[in-house]
Design a protein around this ligand. Structure first.
Ligand code: PAP
Length: 313
């Protein structure tokens, strides 16, 4: 197994184990008004993150949890690896697969950012944070960001199952209870609608490319090609096909024991569009329609989501 995946699996296993011995009331903590799982995040690391120095050639994937960040992470890290292989001189530096950090920018220990300052470019990182909670240097240095979004009803559905399947989050007795908290902004990572409207303020910047879960699902080859072009990574037809094949839901699920350990069983759930129809009542559906209208109607990200196509029964 690649060293970086071993690191990932070990660190995630440790977090899952730590959370299983925590009391339900201790599982979440609030930072700047948003709830986070305490076995994964800490206020000290959030504070240390503020002084992180981004580089203009960093590669960042931003996505609210359950929007498919592990999927796009696989695509992006494959693309970065392809690009590094072709870069003269990169063989002599620390290889991406030898970097012993979790890819999540805001997860780890407070010394992580010092270590990251020594890693070779391009550094790849993932974040679940809203833009106002990211270090200023990311925007100052105009780092290229791939912003991943997914229709809100499937995000709520996926998050509900995640809450009940993972030890780091307190489970819910019913979908209705979860839904009430989701709408009241009482679930981890805060309101998805606020997340979308904060990111919408950046959606016109040329260093930010937005992609939806649904469009990658619809045409993965086109998505991989567009992403590679945005990051300036040339791809042969063969390389493109290889990335597409490695990133299909079936391949990733099959490989998940190696890439994600135990966590893989929780993460690769259904991988489809429209699973919300199995959970939502008409009234709940209407509530999300209203929230979408209130926060996102007429916005760039709102249009990109093709709400009527994916969220109307
Ligand atoms: P995280 O926030 O826990 O990191 P994230 O990776 O962002 O989760 O999203 C997980 C979702 O992406 C799951 O959706 P589901 O619950 O509706 O099934 C997961 O199945 C889906 N997913 C992961 N990999 C793929 C893939 N290769 N193709 C399609 N969907 C995928």
């Amino acid at each position: 197994m690649e060293k970086s995946r071993k690191t990932f699996v070990n660190k995630v296993d440790q977090m899952l184990a730590a959370a299983s011995s925590m009391h339900r009331d201790e599982l979440l903590f609030s930072y700047k008004g948003i709830l986070y799982p305490a076995a994964v995040y800490s206020p000290e690391v959030f504070q240390a993150l503020e002084s992180f120095e981004a580089r203009s050639d960093d590669v960042i994937l931003a996505g609210y949890p359950k929007t498919g960040t592990n999927w796009l992470s696989q695509i992006l890290s494959d693309l970065v690896a392809i690009s590094q292989k072709k870069t003269p001189g990169s063989e002599s530096s620390v290889k991406a697969e030898e970097v012993e950090e979790l890819p999540y920018l805001e997860v780890g220990d407070a010394e992580k950012y010092e270590r990251m300052s020594k890693y070779p470019s391009p550094r790849f990182m993932v974040t679940h944070l809203r833009p106002e909670n990211l270090p200023k240097s990311i925007f100052k240095n105009r780092v290229k960001i791939l912003l991943l979004i997914r229709n809100p009803k499937d995000v709520a559905t996926s998050l509900y199952h995640f809450y009940n399947d993972v030890t780091t989050l307190p489970s819910y007795e019913t979908w209705d209870d979860f839904f009430t908290d989701f709408v009241a902004k009482k679930t981890a990572w805060g309101s998805y609608f606020e997340y979308l409207s904060e990111w919408n303020k950046y959606a016109d910047q040329e260093n930010i490319m937005t992609i939806t879960y649904e469009e990658v699902k619809e045409n993965p080859a086109l998505a991989v090609k567009t992403i590679a072009t945005f990051f300036g990574i040339p791809l042969t037809e063969e390389e493109l096909q290889l990335v597409v094949e490695r990133c299909s839901f079936q391949s990733m699920k099959k490989n998940s024991e190696k890439t994600h350990g135990e966590f893989g069983n929780v993460l690769f759930r259904k991988g489809c569009v429209g699973d919300w129809k199995n959970l939502f009542t008409e009234d709940q559906s209407k509530k999300i329609d209203n929230a979408f209208e209130e926060h996102m109607a007429g916005t760039k990200l709102g249009k990109k989501l093709k709400y009527d196509l994916y969220c109307k029964a």
